[in-house]
Design a protein around this ligand. Structure first.
Ligand code: ZN
Length: 483
């Protein structure tokens, strides 16, 4: 019994030792496995990263870490890292490859770098030069700009320029889709200016010989005077009563226009009513002087204190001082003609006015006053002006509309051609002074006619006539118009 027990005991001890050894062996094997007995190779830094275009990259590289310190390896690994170069100017994905030779085995590692361009181009605006400021008249003049991109370089030619009412917008997009937008503010006041008519849109004037536009102003939002660019369409004939329209236009660089319209009304001057004298009256009138005979005539008139009317010319410059003397001595002075040249003065209204005004100036020089009285050379009924059809009809109206008073005659002395005899002149006059109002035509450039004046005066005074100078309200003795 005891022997059997010991055998069993011995066998269980052996099993115990064996299984203990096995356990130790397994534990040691496990330790070796767990310890590694290898190199761990680690890619430092990010495996994949994004860099801005041009951004430098310092490669952190690959690190080798030994694993299993209990049983260190004896062979150092060899690293080739990376085998290709990173290019910071190449957009897109780049793969850096690291090669490690460890214990004779090649291992590859990769790092992915994406190079991106997120920088938009830089637009620089050149300043507006003096004298080039935007305005309604000249519009917007681009002062210029530049655009530079970090990737695409000079992009100036790709900039889109949009001119708006209050600003200019510049935009450009680079090849990576980065858009740059820059604005230039425009000054206020680019609206169309208004033409302001001095004297108003409705302008009323009395008929006269010359028209002068009352003027206008036009100033833009920057305070610039643009009046020199205004054109005026239409015209006013100032001596012809009626309605006229003037259109003032200002056009800018783009062909846009602003206009203003003026309505001009030319009204006739209201004439004095004719006043007939209560007594029988003779108006002696002398045309075409003064001349050599005029001083003597003035002496005779002074002797009898008789006042007459002189329709003067500028044809005898040596005697123009008689105009002043006659005026001071109470006689009336009227315009006849400066040149008395029918062909010239009846050529046109303007030609007539020019001649007329020379006479007025002469009268003003001698008397200090202008006159409203005049007599047409040849009278209003003349036909010598037929070379210009209708001129007398037009002149009688325009001169009257302008406030002048023309006088013809109803008694002719015949001194214009029919006679050169003083007695005949005398008889012609006194035989014709039959009505209550006689307007007598004589010429003080004719001595034989002047010589008849004293006898005419004596006859008239003895027969109850009064002698008066013509006035604006005097009877005009108008002839009919024949042209
Ligand atoms: Zn005459």
């Amino acid at each position: 019994m005891a022997t059997g027990k010991n055998r069993r005991k011995t066998r269980s001890i052996i099993w115990g030792i064996a299984s203990g050894l096995m356990t130790v062996l397994m534990l040691m094997t496990l330790l070796v496995i767990l310890d590694g007995r290898h190199n761990e190779i680690v890619l430092l830094g990010d495996e994949s990263l994004v860099l801005e275009y041009g951004e430098s990259f310092e490669d952190p590289g690959v690190e080798i870490r030994e694993v299993g310190r209990v049983f260190p390896t004896t062979k150092e690994p060899e690293i080739v890292a990376p085998i290709n170069e990173f290019d910071p100017t190449q957009l897109g994905l780049q793969r850096l490859e690291y090669l490690v030779v460890d214990n004779g085995r090649e291992k590859q590692f990769y790092r992915e770098i994406t190079v991106v361009d997120t920088q938009k181009p830089v637009i620089e605006l050149l300043p507006i030069q003096e004298g080039q400021e935007p305005s309604w008249m000249r519009g917007y003049i681009e002062p210029g700009f530049t655009a530079e991109d970090n990737v695409d370089g000079d992009m100036t030619n790709f900039v889109e320029v949009t001119v708006l009412d209050d600003r200019v917008v510049y935009s450009v997009t680079d090849s990576s889709g980065n858009e740059a937008v820059v604005e230039r503010a425009l000054p206020a006041g680019l609206d169309a200016p208004a033409i302001e008519l001095t004297g108003g849109e409705d302008f009323t004037m009395q008929a006269c010989m010359s028209w002068e536009d009352p003027g206008f102003t036009v100033t833009d939002g920057q305070g610039s005077d643009l009046s020199q660019y205004v054109t005026v369409d239409g015209s006013v004939t100032p001596y012809r009563s009626g309605e006229y329209e003037l259109v003032y236009t200002l056009t800018n660089f783009a062909g846009e226009s602003v206009t203003a319209t003026r309505h001009v009304t030319v009204e006739p001057v209201v004439q004095s009513d004719t006043v007939y004298p209560e007594r029988k009256t003779i108006y002696l009138t002398f045309d075409d002087g003064p001349s050599y005979y005029t001083p003597h005539l003035l002496d005779i008139l002074a002797k009898y204190n008789v006042k007459v009317t002189f329709f003067i010319t500028g044809n005898h410059p040596d005697y123009v001082d008689c105009i002043g003397r006659a005026y001071r001595e109470g006689h009336s002075i009227g315009v006849h003609s400066y040149t008395h040249n029918y062909w010239n003065i009846y050529a046109s209204e303007e030609a007539y006015f020019d001649d007329f005004n020379l006479c007025e100036d002469l009268i003003y020089e001698q008397t200090g006053e202008y006159t409203k009285l005049f007599r047409f050379p040849g009278g209003s009924s003349n036909t010598v002006s037929n070379f210009n059809p209708g001129i007398m009809s037009r002149l009688t109206k325009t001169m009257t509309d302008m406030g002048y008073y023309y006088f013809d005659w109803n008694v002719t002395s015949g001194d214009a051609g029919e006679t050169t005899d003083t007695d005949q002149v005398y008889w012609n006059v006194i035989s014709s002074c039959t009505s209550n109002v006689s307007v007598v035509l004589q010429h003080d450039i004719k001595g034989f006619s002047v010589d008849a004046v004293e006898r005419i005066i004596v006859w008239g005074l003895n027969n109850g006539y009064q002698f008066l100078p013509l006035e604006e309200s005097s009877y005009g003795a108008h002839h009919g118009i024949n042209n």
